[in-house]
Design a protein around this ligand. Structure first.
Ligand SMILES: NC(=O)c1ccc[n+]([C@@H]2O[C@H](COP(=O)([O-])OP(=O)(O)OC[C@H]3O[C@@H](n4cnc5c(N)ncnc54)[C@H](OP(=O)(O)O)[C@@H]3O)[C@@H](O)[C@H]2O)c1
Length: 310
């Protein structure tokens, strides 16, 4: 495993991290024992960065990570979680970044995660009904109380990041970014560089599309997290992307490297990116993703791939 400094922090994170949405059960049921096995497998293979959120499995993902933290030395891993999405008894989710709510959420997360600090505490999604100034008061208190070491954001646009930076020191942004979804390059790279942030790309494998396992007839079911994602419901876009994936597959075959590793290493080539948090419920896939860190992309390869992507 390779490690990289996480932006301006003193955290040295594994370039391949693990996204823990999948172990919350939203991507189909998963036994707790199996989820713990995956976390431990990642850990013994050098992964030290784990990304979760309260909303993943409505507490389940954090709870399993809490059990995992019981089994290993706490200071050997970095835990990133999030705030700002609450759910009701019927599973309806809404944005809430009010000060009181965020101060309650951190305590709930610490309890579920079975720890007294979170390494990276991230705003999950902006809340149109709460000012960033109000939210930042809660986040500053969380830092001052030692409940989180660093603050990050996710899904904020450049203006929102710029405004938030007036109130509080943030170190990272987490956004939808992969070979097929590249808006952040234009929209966020300038602000990332201006404020010396680091980028955690989410859905790095385009939710499975970049692993080459999907065919033209792929139709996510209603409960599948992919059903609401334009890259799947917009059939024209889906087929265009599938065509690109087929072309990249030829490069993958030529190199003898799995597509998933090409997708991960394409992201890691960008210096803005620190760690890539693919999610999986499958041990073989997890090891395949981790092994992306055994090799690196050359500039020539990036150029060859980018010609296909444009
Ligand atoms: N901040 C946000 O708003 C936000 C939004 C989305 C995601 N995230 C974070 O990003 C993480 C990853 O994103 P994601 O889960 O949306 O999508 P992803 O990592 O791009 O893709 C996950 C999908 O790819 C499959 N997969 C993984 N490795 C594979 C491999 N080597 N070969 C074949 N299939 C493979 C998984 O299925 P198998 O289980 O079969 O491997 C799963 O269906 C999440 O866990 C979460 O932590 C954050």
């Amino acid at each position: 495993m390779k490690y990289k400094q996480f932006g301006r922090t003193n955290m040295n994170v594994s370039v391949v991290g693990l996204g823990a949405w999948e172990i919350g059960g939203n991507w189909g049921p998963i036994e707790e024992e199996h989820a713990l096995k995956l976390l431990n497998l990642a850990y013994i293979n050098g992964v030290n960065f784990f990304d979760t959120a309260p909303v993943y499995g409505f507490g389940k993902s954090e709870e399993v990570i809490g059990k995992f933290l019981n089994q290993i030395p706490r200071d050997k891993v970095y835990i990133a979680t999030k705030c700002g999405l609450e759910w009701d008894s019927r599973g309806r989710i809404r944005n809430n970044l009010k000060k009181d709510r965020v101060l309650k959420e951190i305590d709930d997360s610490l309890t579920r995660l079975n720890t007294d600090y979170i390494d990276l505490y991230q705003i999950h999604w902006p809340d149109p009904n709460t000012s960033l100034e109000e939210t930042s008061e809660a986040l500053q208190k969380i830092l001052d109380d030692g409940k989180a070491r660093y603050i990050g954001v996710s899904n904020l646009n450049a203006h929102q990041i710029e405004e938030l930076c007036e109130y509080i020191d943030i170190v990272s942004t987490q956004n939808y970014y992969n070979m097929l979804v590249r808006n952040v390059e234009k929209e966020l790279f300038p602000i990332i560089n201006k404020f010396n942030l680091t980028l955690i790309p989410y859905s790095p494998l385009a939710k499975g599309l970049l692993t080459g396992k999907m065919t033209e007839d792929f139709e996510p079911s209603k409960n599948d997290p992919r059903s609401g994602d334009r890259i799947f419901w917009d059939k024209k876009l889906f087929l265009e992307n599938l065509d690109k994936v087929e072309k990249i597959k030829e490069i993958s075959n030529r190199l003898g490297k799995p597509l998933s590793q090409i997708a991960i290493n394409w992201l890691l080539f960008h210096e803005e990116v620190s760690t890539v948090i693919a999610g999986t419920k499958n041990e073989k896939h997890l090891i395949e993703n981790i092994k992306a860190s055994d090799w690196e992309m050359t500039k020539d390869l990036i150029e060859e791939i980018n010609k296909i992507l444009f």
